[in-house]
Design a protein around this ligand. Structure first.
Ligand code: 13P
Length: 230
């Protein structure tokens, strides 16, 4: 393959898939990843083990639901398409069945602001979307609703979705959802933990936006608590 920008993006998708498995976030062929490109979006193929996946296996999709390539696109292409179409702030969609997030999702639990880091996803909760069969338009509609104003959600009896401006940010968010889910599951052992009040979460979210908190690749010296020396 020649070294066009899309080849670089395809390689980055394959690398991100391998990182997802190496981090323990995912097992087997579950999960799928997409990233916007000029023609539409690139998405992982369906049911292909990540250690076998090559850049040319990544599928070019268009917003009308058609695709090009030797492989079939992920069965979840609908929610990748619908999220990328609806969210101009997002360029990458990441889906996996990570163990702790999925443990909460099988109970249809929304993650509350039991810890201030819940705010990094844009609100006071990480919602859990209602269950719908994998690969369906109903699942895509449920996911879009749960993602309103957020960069992550759980999928009832299924897994999680994390969004990012870049592939790296979507992976970071997926790991963060899993970390928070793990904390929440562990905290629930001692009973339902208290939640931070809405006005405190408003302050946290405002401060996170000002500081690009957890968004180091986006930082350009913006930090209202410390100034870089001239
Ligand atoms: P695909 O292999 O078709 O992407 O499906 C995996 C999955 O996680 C479905 O939700």
């Amino acid at each position: 393959m020649t070294d066009t920008p899309d080849v670089a993006l395809r390689r980055e998708i394959v690398e991100t898939c391998r990182k997802m498995n190496a981090s323990g976030l995912n097992q087997g062929t579950a999960g799928n990843i997409s990233v916007r490109n000029e023609a539409g979006f690139l998405v992982t193929p369906s049911s292909l083990p990540y250690d076998m996946m090559q850049p040319e296996d990544i599928v070019q999709m268009y917003f009308d639901g058609t695709y090009e390539g030797a492989r079939r696109p992920s069965s979840e292409w609908r929610f990748h398409r619908d999220i990328l179409a609806a969210r101009e702030d997002i360029n990458s969609v990441f889906h996996c069945h990570s163990v702790y997030a999925t443990s909460l999702a099988v109970h249809h639990k929304t993650i509350p602001s039991f810890h201030y880091m819940t705010g990094i996803f844009g609100g006071t909760t990480i919602r859990c979307a209602r269950y719908a069969t994998y690969g369906t338009q109903e699942l895509s509609d449920a996911a879009l609703e749960a993602l309103e104003g957020r960069t992550a959600c759980l999928l009832g009896q299924h897994g999680q979705i994390a969004l990012g401006k870049t592939l790296a940010q979507a992976l970071y968010n997926a790991i963060e959802v899993e970390t928070l889910s793990r904390l929440y599951v562990q905290a629930l052992v001692l009973g339902e933990p208290p939640v931070l009040p809405d006005d405190e979460m408003e302050r946290v979210i405002r401060q996170m936006k000002n500081m690009s908190y957890g968004r180091a690749p986006d930082l350009d010296g913006v930090n209202d608590t410390a100034r870089k020396r001239a």
